[in-house]
Design a protein around this ligand. Structure first.
Ligand SMILES: [Zn+2]
Length: 236
C-alpha cells in the first residue's frame, strides 16, 4: 500500500483506476480507508493532490478511528475493556503473531520487518485475531440466546460490514460484525437479541421494539452506547 505523510501523520491509501472516472476523486470509508480513484489514462501527481486535499482527508479519516499507530503502550478494546498493546520484535517470529492474556495483547513481529510495514502488520494480525475470536464467541452466544428465548435461525456468518453491527436476512440468516467483540458483552447480547427479533419482525416498528424490550428490558442503554462508540470501532 502506498503511504503519504501529511503533517505528522502517515496515511496509507489505495489507488484505483476507473475507465468511467472523468476526474480524480478521493473516497474514505471505514473498511478501506483512503482511496484515490483515477481516470484510467490519467497522468497525475497523486502526492500533490493528497497534499492539496490534506485538510479534507484529515477531517474525514478522523471520524473513523482513533489514530492508532499500533505501537507498544497504546490500548485496543476487547469486550469493552481497554487492553494494553505490546509490540515485541522477536527473532523467532516470521510473521506478526498475536498472543492475548489478561487484558494484554502482545504482538510479536519479525525483527527484520521494515518500520514502514510494522503498523499494517500489527493491525492486520490483530484484525485476524479479532475475527477468530468473534467466530469463537458469537455463534454459541447466539445459539444460547435463541434457545433461551425460543427463536430459530438458519445460518450465522461473521463479517466485516462497513455500517452495521449485525443483520438478519429474510431467509432467516444472521450476520454479525466481528468488531462487536470489542464492545461489552451486554452490548453484544443486545445486538444478538435485536437480530433474533428481526426473525419475527423484519422492520423497526413499535412492535419490533416492544419485542426487543421483552428480552432485553434496558436495550436503550445499549443502543445509545453503541451509537456513541461506533466511531471508535471503525463503524459509522
Ligand atoms: Zn434492526
Amino acid at each position: 500500500m502506498p503511504e503519504i505523510q501529511l503533517d505528522n501523520q502517515i496515511i496509507s491509501y489505495t489507488i484505483q483506476k476507473s475507465s468511467r472516472a472523468r476526474r480524480i476523486s478521493l473516497k474514505i470509508d471505514a473498511e478501506k480507508g483512503l482511496q484515490v480513484i483515477l481516470p484510467a489514462r490519467a497522468k497525475v501527481d497523486v502526492d500533490e493532490i493528497l497534499h492539496e486535499k490534506r485538510k479534507w482527508i484529515q477531517k474525514h479519516l478522523g471520524k473513523f478511528a482513533p489514530h492508532r499507530q499500533y505501537i507498544s503502550g497504546e490500548t485496543v478494546p476487547l469486550y469493552g475493556v481497554d487492553c494494553l498493546l505490546q509490540v515485541v520484535p522477536a527473532a523467532s517470529a516470521n510473521r506478526a503473531t498475536v498472543i492475548y492474556k489478561d487484558d494484554i495483547f502482545a504482538v510479536k513481529i519479525p525483527t527484520n520487518l521494515k518500520p514502514s510495514l510494522r503498523r499494517e502488520a500489527v493491525r492486520a494480525s490483530l484484525e485476524n485475531w479479532y475475527r477468530r475470536e468473534a467466530k469463537r464467541y458469537i455463534p454459541p452466544e447466539t445459539a444460547r440466546l435463541a434457545a433461551k428465548f425460543g427463536f430459530s435461525y438458519q445460518n450465522i456468518t461473521i463479517r466485516g460490514q462497513k455500517t452495521r453491527w449485525g443483520s438478519c436476512s429474510s431467509h432467516g440468516n444472521l450476520n454479525f460484525n466481528w468488531r462487536l467483540i470489542m464492545t461489552p458483552p451486554e452490548a453484544i447480547e443486545y445486538v444478538i437479541i435485536h437480530e433474533l427479533c428481526h426473525l419475527n419482525v423484519p422492520d423497526h416498528s413499535a412492535r419490533f421494539w416492544s419485542l426487543v424490550a421483552q428480552f432485553c428490558p434496558n436495550y436503550r442503554v445499549h443502543v445509545d452506547w453503541l451509537k456513541n462508540h461506533a466511531h471508535l470501532y471503525n463503524l459509522i
